[in-house]
Design a protein around this ligand. Structure first.
Ligand SMILES: *Cc1c(COP(=O)(O)O)cnc(C)c1O
Length: 352
């Protein structure tokens, strides 16, 4: 608190990211990073950009990257926006598209950055409860809405909606912007990108942080009608013209070109998720059906916060959220098989 702060700053409730501790031999399963590392071709492209050309500003439109993303996802470059991580893309979407007279709708349990952006941009919102199985029911969104944002798969549950459920949502709301945050879509869910051609109100947001193991590079993107993309670009050019540096643009293009590496690491994460799920169920956990690179699990006889603290004592870090309805759950990132084994043996020591 300071008398130098603006009123807005006093009223902010910032998002708290998962911690990045520096402990030796840590099993870090708290921020949904990839355990496998980026494509070697991406690393090579990034190293190549560590050159004299860094004295020059990068392409403010990231034309080469947007063109590569457009080809990959079978859309036009004018339908692609890129930003410094999908968090920045989402922030621009909130400012450009989600503030209206009627409230923005999103689930009561979802990515906890959404209400943070609402406060920052003065957006009124209403939350729509997940059902008892912790699923989004699109029929529950049939009410007055200025806009809608969903994470699909949802976070932190990992549960995905099918493309036909997204179609139903879009058909219920043809006249308001609908943002689908697909941070985890590559781990088994259906992307809504093919619906962009027929739905001018749909914006799909994805990231290279999770399935392409480039969280440290900060590259996110959105695909939607060129009219929506122009709105994002107007906000971006009123904020920071150069969100992506040369290494980020080059690394992201090279990652997209390495399809074989992408498919291989995606499949390894999916297999690791099934292995982790089996191990947790054997240890007595209830595990929600995840299509993401993490699982959301609770033990019927043990408190979530206490379990997270006990795991930390054994140098295993998972994510626990204090919010009502989910405070008994743990969100556990899919690691390597070795990391999963260390988690499971720590749990068996704790559970006795
Ligand atoms: C991780 C995550 C993001 C943000 O990822 P970036 O690293 O900023 O691209 C966005 N939405 C959800 C639901 C996430 O879990």
């Amino acid at each position: 608190m300071s008398r130098f702060w603006s009123r807005l700053t006093h009223e902010l409730r910032p998002y708290v990211p998962g911690e990045q501790p520096r402990m030796a031999d840590l099993v870090k399963l708290n921020t949904n990073e990839s355990p496998f590392g980026p494509s070697p071709r991406a690393l090579q492209a990034i190293r190549f950009e560590a050159a004299d050309t860094l004295r020059l500003y990068p392409d403010p439109q990231a034309t080469a990257l947007r063109t590569a993303l457009a080809a990959y996802h079978r859309v036009r470059p004018e339908q692609v926006f890129v930003g410094n991580g999908s968090d920045e893309v989402l922030a621009h979407a909130f400012a450009a598209l989600l503030k209206h007279e009627a409230p923005l709708l999103f689930p009561d349990i979802t990515y906890s950055f959404y209400p943070v952006y609402c406060r920052l941009f003065g957006i009124s919102y209403e939350t729509v409860p997940l059902d008892k199985a912790m699923q989004i029911r699109v029929a529950d969104y049939r009410r007055r809405a200025g806009a809608i944002i969903l994470a699909n798969p949802n976070a932190p549950t990992g549960i995905a909606l099918s493309r036909s459920e997204i179609v139903a949502l879009l058909e219920d709301h043809p006249d308001v912007p609908v943002v689908v945050d697909e941070a985890y879509v590559d781990f088994g869910a259906e992307t809504a990108i093919p619906l962009v051609a027929s739905h001018r109100n749909l914006l799909v947001v994805q990231t290279m942080s999770k399935s392409r193991a480039l969280a440290g590079l900060r590259v996110g993107f959105a695909i939607g009608d060129s009219d929506l993309i122009e709105a994002l670009t107007r906000v971006k050019d009123s904020f920071n013209s150069y969100p992506l540096g040369r290494p980020a643009q080059a690394g992201a293009i090279a990652a997209l070109e390495d399809e074989a590496y992408f498919q291989q690491s995606r499949v390894r994460v999916i297999e690791g998720r099934e292995r982790l799920t089996r191990g947790l169920k054997q240890a007595g956990f209830e595990v929600l059906p995840s299509q993401a690179n993490f699982v959301f699990a609770r033990h019927p006889a043990h408190d979530g916060a206490a379990l997270a603290a006990a795991l930390r004592q054994q140098a295993v870090i998972v994510r626990h959220f204090g919010a009502a309805r989910i405070s008994d759950h743990l969100r556990i990132t899919v690691g390597t098989d070795e990391q999963t084994d260390r988690l499971l043996s720590a749990l068996s020591r704790i559970l006795g």
